[in-house]
Design a protein around this ligand. Structure first.
Ligand SMILES: Nc1ncnc2c1ncn2[C@@H]1O[C@H](COP(=O)(O)OP(=O)(O)OP(=O)(O)O)[C@@H](O)[C@H]1O
Ligand SMILES: [Mg+2]
Length: 150
């Protein structure tokens, strides 16, 4: 799936739509340059996951991870300040990637090899000041064929 959004609100709305489809154990890998809209999209994912909208999701500044409670547990990891991959091990990333919550990772390309093979991948490309090209791949784009055929 590929889509162009033309405002932060549109990106957030797309995130919300995706967030509603996320399930236990899903890992969302967000990839895109500085200011692409990863956090903006994450806020939408949070809404779609039923996180209290008053708890506006912001990037964790002093920790790598923030935890929220929606219809599932939501872990928001931001690797922007990551100094070494060692910190991800110290964080106990497996617990998040292979647990029952939903884990959203900004700058996921920094830990490409540690990502679980099955993940939802969202690449955000800056097209112009207000336009973003958002490409969604993986996790059968959230509509597993095995379910469709049931
Ligand atoms: N279509 C759009 N979608 C998302 N954000 C947009 C769009 N158009 C403009 N913006 C602006 O781009 C910025 C995106 O910021 P955001 O913090 O979400 O990016 P980020 O990828 O998380 O950056 P960082 O790498 O610093 O964490 C905001 O200032 C937002 O207003
Ligand atoms: Mg961010």
């Amino acid at each position: 799936m590929e889509q162009i959004t033309r405002s932060p609100e549109e990106t957030q709305a797309l995130g919300e739509k995706i967030g509603r489809k996320l399930r236990e154990g899903d890992v969302v890998a967000l990839i895109g340059e500085l200011g692409a809209g990863k956090t903006c999209l994450t806020q939408g994912l949070g809404l779609g996951l039923g996180v209290d909208p008053n708890l506006y999701l912001t990037s964790p500044s002093f920790t790598l991870i923030k935890e929220y409670r929606g219809r599932l547990r939501v872990y928001h990891i931001d690797l922007y300040r990551l100094n070494s991959i060692k910190e991800v091990y110290e964080l106990g990333f497996e617990e998040y990637f292979y647990g029952s919550g939903v884990t959203i990772v900004e700058w996921a390309d920094r830990i490409e090899t540690l990502l679980p093979p099955e993940h939802v991948r969202i690449e955000i490309e800056v097209v112009s000041e207000n336009e973003r090209r958002i490409k969604l791949t993986g996790q059968a784009c959230l509509t597993p064929t095995s379910e469709k055929n049931k």
